[in-house]
Design a protein around this ligand. Structure first.
Ligand SMILES: Nc1nc2c(ncn2[C@@H]2O[C@H](COP(=O)(O)OP(=O)(O)OP(=O)(O)O)[C@@H](O)[C@H]2O)c(=O)[nH]1
Length: 345
């Protein structure tokens, strides 16, 4: 990768990293701004400037009311976009009239924009702030100072983008950790639940065959632990996940749902395809020689969503098929609700 591209990526934001916190962030900004303006209003009143004092009082009331409504998860009186436009207009007017004292507010305003608005909108508002502020700085303060203002605003902007990118990366790392089984690296039960929660049954039915669940359980795993130690047991689980990984098609998802229990979700497979996959997997494990001469086998229950009414029933059916496979003597595949058939034959 070219060096400038790597450098540019340091500031690239892939997704709206603060989306979930935005409501509470805007509420806090409004509360902070509201109380700050109360203070400046009091100063105006003490200086005998009644008009400015009343204006400040009205704005602070508006901001505090906005904050209260946002905290109560209600629609704000004034959307933040409109507030941002008013604030930018105030900064520009103040910069035009007073020069530096007004211009200084554009620095916190940049933070406000990028933390309170989605990224693209923030960039747009940032342009609406920075370009005219620099023009006004040039008019009121001269070219030298205007250039300094431009560079320092650009510097602040880059720092904000770096911080937001870092927050995004931390979020992704945490998310990955939250859905990954640390021993085997496959997904965990929480992620299975998240996947199942997003399933829409009518949409699935309309989209064609699938999904199908394979409930996979290592046979006599306790014996493996007892004979070879817990550490070797862990290695067997890791090897098994690698082995399943070599059979997975793009889009298939593997979850570790218990000690030696896994669920393989085949989103676009027919029942017949899934039975073939399960049987091939069973045979592969049996022939893997992962425990040397000692046999290593798995039992697998197969259940298609189309065959049941809801997701809970689907999970229960896959589990029931797995326990049926165990009951029939292990090292075999059982289709939920089907009579015993010798798939290996
Ligand atoms: N090494 C290792 N063992 C685990 C882990 N989690 C659970 N186990 C062990 O897995 C074993 C599961 O035993 P059982 O539920 O009796 O099942 P099984 O011996 O496989 O017997 P069947 O499932 O009936 O074939 C227990 O001994 C657990 O201690 C783990 O992360 N690592």
């Amino acid at each position: 990768m070219r060096p400038w591209r790597a450098w540019a990526q340091t500031f690239q934001i892939d997704h709206d990293v603060l989306a979930e916190q935005r409501g509470s962030l805007v509420a806090r900004f409004c509360r902070l701004g509201g109380w700050a303006i109360v203070a400046t209003g009091v100063v105006h009143l003490l200086q005998g400037n009644l008009a400015m004092g009343l204006l400040n009082a009205a704005v602070s009331l508006l901001l505090l009311r906005n904050a209260a409504r946002l905290r109560a998860a209600q629609v704000p009186l004034v959307p933040f976009e409109l507030l941002a436009m008013l604030l930018i207009a105030a900064i520009l007017t103040s910069t035009y009239l007073q020069g530096m004292p007004g211009l200084l507010w554009s620095y916190p305003m940049l933070f406000l924009l990028f933390f309170a608005l989605p990224h693209r909108k923030a960039l747009l508002f940032c342009g609406l702030l920075v370009v005219p502020v620099c023009v006004m700085a040039q008019l009121t303060l001269g070219t030298g100072l205007a250039l300094r203002v431009l560079f320092s605003l650009a510097f602040v902007l880059l720092m904000i983008l770096m911080v937001l990118r870092l927050i995004g990366q931390l979020q992704q790392t945490l998310m990955q950790q939250a859905i990954t089984d640390p021993l085997t690296g496959c997904y965990n039960r929480r992620h299975l639940q998240m996947q199942l929660d997003t399933l829409s049954l009518p949409a699935q039915a309309a989209a064609g065959p699938g999904p199908v669940l394979l409930a996979i359980d290592v046979d006599h795993f306790k014996r493996i632990n007892d004979r070879h130690g817990h550490g070797r047991g862990d290695e067997v689980l890791q090897d098994l996940v690698r082995l399943i990984g070599t059979r997975q098609r793009l889009g298939d998802l593997l979850f570790r749902t218990g000690g030696e229990e896994f669920m393989l979700l085949l989103p676009r497979a027919s029942e017949a395809d899934a039975l073939q996959v399960a049987e091939a997997l069973r045979q592969r494990v049996a022939a893997s020689g992962l425990l040397g001469a000692e046999p290593l086998t798995v039992s697998i229950g197969v259940s298609a969503l189309a065959a049941v009414r809801d997701v809970e029933a689907w999970l229960r059916a896959a589990d029931a098929a797995l326990y049926e496979a165990k009951r029939r003597g292990r090292d075999q595949v059982v289709l939920a609700g089907a009579p015993a058939v010798d798939l290996a034959a």
